[in-house]
Design a protein around this ligand. Structure first.
Ligand SMILES: [Zn+2]
Length: 534
C-alpha cells in the first residue's frame, strides 16, 4: 500500500485518555489509514517521530475566530499550538445569520470579538462557509450560531422580550442554521443584545437544539433565583435550560471573578457533579490563565449600553448623563458590583484613542491623561465602541487549576486564530499559548494532569461534546488532523507584555491529511474546512 504521508515511530496518544502506544501513522486522501508498529507500506513523504508524541490535532471548544480566519486564513497562532479545529460563534457572537437591514448592528456585535471590520457579503452559514473556503483557511472550523446575531437578525437591538411572532421567527432561523451544519447555539448573556432575552426565550430556542441533539454553549449571567445562593446564579439558569429544554449544555469559560469568592471553584465543580447525578448533561470549559479579556463596553452599567453602540455614543455626549454614568460605573462592574481594581485592567486594544497606549493599565492611563479611570472608560467606549479590548487580572490560578483538573472540564482558549504581526496591540496570550500551556505548565511542570488526560481534554472529549465523530481521535478511518510534538520542549512563550510569540515544541501539524506545519514552520497550505454537524 502506498500512503501520502507516514509518521514513523511515534508515541501515539489516541485522544481518549488511554495510555499511549508506539506506532506508525499512515495517512492517505485526508484520512488515517494505518495505526500500527512497523507498518510495511510505503509513503510519498515520511516524518520520523522517534522520541516525539503524535496526538489528534487539538480541538479548541471556545474560540472567537469567526472573522479573524476570514481576514487571515493562515491561523498562525493556532496551527503553531497544534490546534486543527476552532469551535466558533461563542458568547453570542457569530457572523450569521445576517439581516442586511440590520447590518450596522451586526458589525457592532462582531466588533466585540476584537477584529477589524470586514464586509459581510453573505446571509447564512452556507454563505459564510463558501466565503471562508474560497479565501482558504489553514484550519477547520466547527461553527455555532450566536444568539446575539440571531436576535439582531430578527429584532435588531431591543431590550424587550420577543413577541410570539419574533420568537417563532428566531426558532425557524435557528433551525435553518442547524440544517446548514451548525453544531449548536451560544449565548453571551452579559452582552447586548443577548442579555435582553428572558429565560423563556432561551428555553424556546434550546428546544430547537434539543430536537436535533445539538449543543447549547453559554457565557452565563447572574440570575437571582428565589431561595438560591446568589453566588451560583449563572449556573442555575444554565442548568434550568438543561432540565427544561432537555438540551446538552456547555458552560463557557468557568472562572471565579469576584475577589471575595476566590478559592470557591471546588464548590462550583460539585454543582456540576450533582447535576450529572440528576441525569443532566452539563460540561464546562476553562482556559489556563488567571486573567480574562473582553470588550470594555461589557463592564458598563446596563442602562449605559442599552440600545447598542450608536445610542450609547449619543447618550454619553450629554454631560449630565456622562456624570451620572461615571458615578454609577464607580460602584463596580457586573450585576455583583465587583469592585474596580483599576490597576488590574490593562488595555489590550485601544488603537491610540484619546492618547492611550496599549499595555497600560487604566489607573496609569487615567493618571497620565488627568482623568478619573471611570471617565476614561466611558470616553473610550464612546469613541471606540465595542472595539476597545481589555485584559482583566481578576482570577486566581488555583481556582483555574481546580476547574482544569476536574473530570468534566475540557480546555477552551477563548482566543482567536491570529497572525504573529500584532503591531502595538496586546491581545491576551491565550490566543497564542493556551493549548501548549496546558501541556507545558500544567502537565510537565506542575503535574496537575497526566499527558493522556490533558490531550483528551483538548481532543477526544471536545469532539464528544460536539458529537463530531470523525475527528478528535487517532484511529483508522478518521480525518487526519494530527499534531506531533516534543513532550520535553512543549511550552507557551506568549506573555501579557509580548503575546505574539510562537509556542515551543510543536513540530508537525496535519489538517485533513495535509502538512500545515513542518519542523515548526508554516507550510502555507490551506486545507481547512468549515465542518458540518453530522
Ligand atoms: Zn464569553
Amino acid at each position: 500500500m502506498e500512503a501520502d504521508l507516514l509518521i514513523r515511530n511515534a508515541t501515539v496518544f489516541d485522544g481518549t485518555g488511554t495510555p499511549p502506544i508506539q506506532a506508525d501513522l499512515a495517512v492517505q486522501a485526508g484520512r488515517i489509514v494505518a495505526v500500527e508498529a512497523g507498518w510495511r507500506g510505503r509513503a510519498a513523504q515520511e516524518l520520523d517521530a522517534s522520541g516525539l508524541i503524535a496526538a489528534p490535532g487539538f480541538l479548541d471548544i471556545h474560540t472567537h475566530s469567526d472573522m479573524s480566519l476570514l481576514l487571515d486564513g493562515r491561523a498562525q497562532s493556532k496551527i503553531t499550538q497544534g490546534v486543527t479545529t476552532d469551535v466558533t460563534g461563542n458568547c453570542g457572537f457569530s457572523p450569521f445569520p445576517i439581516n442586511p437591514q440590520h447590518m450596522a448592528l451586526h458589525l457592532d456585535l462582531l466588533a466585540g470579538i476584537g477584529d477589524d471590520a470586514a464586509a459581510l457579503t453573505w446571509h447564512d452559514l452556507d454563505g459564510y462557509r463558501a466565503a471562508a473556503q474560497a479565501r482558504g483557511i489553514a484550519m477547520n472550523v466547527a461553527p455555532l450560531v450566536g444568539h446575539g446575531a440571531l436576535r439582531i437578525a430578527v429584532m435588531g437591538v431591543r431590550s424587550e422580550a420577543a413577541t410570539p411572532e419574533e420568537l417563532e421567527a428566531m426558532r425557524q432561523l435557528l433551525g435553518r442554521m442547524l440544517d446548514q451544519g451548525a453544531f449548536g447555539m451560544t449565548t453571551g448573556l452579559t452582552y447586548v443584545p443577548s442579555r435582553y432575552a428572558p429565560t423563556s426565550e432561551l428555553v424556546a430556542l434550546c428546544e430547537v437544539l434539543a430536537e436535533r441533539q445539538r449543543l447549547y454553549a453559554t457565557h452565563a449571567r447572574d440570575r437571582d433565583l428565589q431561595g438560591q445562593d446568589h453566588r451560583y446564579g449563572p449556573l442555575f439558569e444554565a442548568l434550568h435550560l438543561c432540565r427544561a429544554a432537555g438540551v446538552r449544555v456547555q458552560y463557557s469559560h468557568a472562572a471565579i471573578n469576584t475577589p471575595s469568592e476566590w478559592g470557591t471553584a471546588a464548590e462550583w465543580t460539585r454543582r456540576f457533579d450533582s447535576a450529572a447525578e440528576q441525569g443532566l448533561d452539563a460540561g464546562f470549559d476553562v482556559y489556563p490563565y488567571d486573567a480574562s479579556s473582553s470588550a470594555l463596553t461589557q463592564y458598563l452599567p446596563p442602562w449605559v449600553v442599552e440600545g447598542g453602540v450608536a445610542v450609547l455614543r449619543e447618550r454619553l455626549s450629554d454631560p449630565a448623563v456622562m456624570q451620572r454614568a461615571e458615578q454609577d460605573l464607580e460602584q463596580g462592574w457586573s450585576a455583583h458590583r465587583i469592585p474596580w481594581l483599576w490597576d488590574r485592567v490593562v488595555l489590550a486594544r485601544s488603537d491610540g484613542l484619546l492618547g492611550t497606549v496599549e499595555g497600560e493599565n487604566l489607573q496609569e492611563a487615567a493618571t497620565r491623561l488627568g482623568l478619573t479611570p471611570a471617565r476614561l472608560v466611558l470616553d473610550l467606549c464612546r469613541e471606540g465602541g465595542n472595539r476597545v479590548m481589555v485584559v482583566l487580572f481578576y482570577r486566581t490560578e488555583q481556582d483555574m487549576r481546580t476547574f482544569l483538573t476536574h473530570p468534566r472540564s475540557v480546555m477552551g482558549s477563548d482566543g482567536s486564530a491570529l497572525c504573529f504581526d500584532q503591531g502595538s496591540r496586546r491581545p491576551h496570550p491565550r490566543n497564542f499559548g493556551a493549548s501548549v500551556r496546558v501541556l507545558g505548565r500544567f502537565v510537565r511542570e506542575l503535574g496537575d494532569l497526566d499527558l493522556a488526560t490533558a490531550i483528551a481534554k483538548m481532543s477526544g472529549r471536545v469532539a464528544e461534546r460536539l458529537r463530531l465523530h470523525d475527528r478528535g481521535r487517532i484511529a483508522v478511518g478518521l480525518a487526519a488532523d494530527i499534531v506531533v510534538f516534543d513532550p520535553e520542549e512543549v511550552a507557551d512563550r506568549a506573555t501579557y507584555l509580548a503575546p505574539a510569540r510562537q509556542a515551543a515544541g510543536i513540530r508537525h501539524v496535519l489538517v485533513n491529511g495535509e502538512a500545515v506545519l513542518l519542523d515548526g514552520s508554516m507550510t502555507g497550505a490551506r486545507p481547512g474546512q468549515v465542518l458540518r454537524a453530522p
